[in-house]
Design a binder for this molecule. Structure first.
Ligand code: DQA
Length: 155
């Protein structure tokens, strides 16, 4: 069976398409989901794509990934900059994590320059709009192929 990658989206990402298009572009979350699912298939992966505005729901999904997914791609939205709970959950499950942002968070306000998620992540893709997610799928395929479960757990 193809490895499953949980692709998580945090608060306000359900508004993509109409939300500050000059920053986030005009792609909707549904169109990003379609692109991600296609690229995942091309890379021999299965994408399980979800969005929630609620921190506790994201934490629950991350906890549930243990035993059901082989990797996590996450755009935690504003929780990136605030959530120790999401960081703790990511560290608890010990799966490879790739952090994604549509915008280049380092070109924006100072409060967006710090990410709790990065502490748990193999790497970060940001600034390429919807393409950030596609690049993250490629990076996850590479990560899952190039490391053993034991090595990944110790990153
Ligand atoms: C974002 C960047 C965050 O700072 C912001 O709070 C978001 C979206 C991005 O994808 O660029 O909601 O994660």
């Amino acid at each position: 069976m193809d490895p499953t990658v949980l692709v998580l989206n945090g608060p306000n990402l359900n508004l993509l398409g109409t939300r500050e298009p000059e920053i986030y572009g005009t792609d909707t979350l549904d169109s990003i989901r379609a692109e991600v699912e296609t690229r995942a298939r091309e890379r021999g992966l299965k994408a399980d794509f979800r969005q929630s505005n609620a921190e506790h729901e994201l934490v629950g999904w991350i906890q549930g990934a243990r035993g059901t997914a082989q990797g996590i791609i996450i755009n935690a939205g504003a929780y990136t900059h605030t959530s120790v709970a999401i960081l703790d959950a990511l560290q608890a499950v010990g799966l490879p994590v790739i952090e994604v942002h549509l915008s280049n968070i380092f070109r924006r306000e100072d409060f967006r320059h710090h990410s709790y998620i990065s502490k748990a992540a193999v790497g970060l893709v940001c600034g390429f709009g919807a393409q950030s997610y596609v690049l993250a799928i490629d990076a996850m395929a590479h990560t899952l192929k190039s490391s053993t479960p034991a090595k990944r757990a110790h990153r």
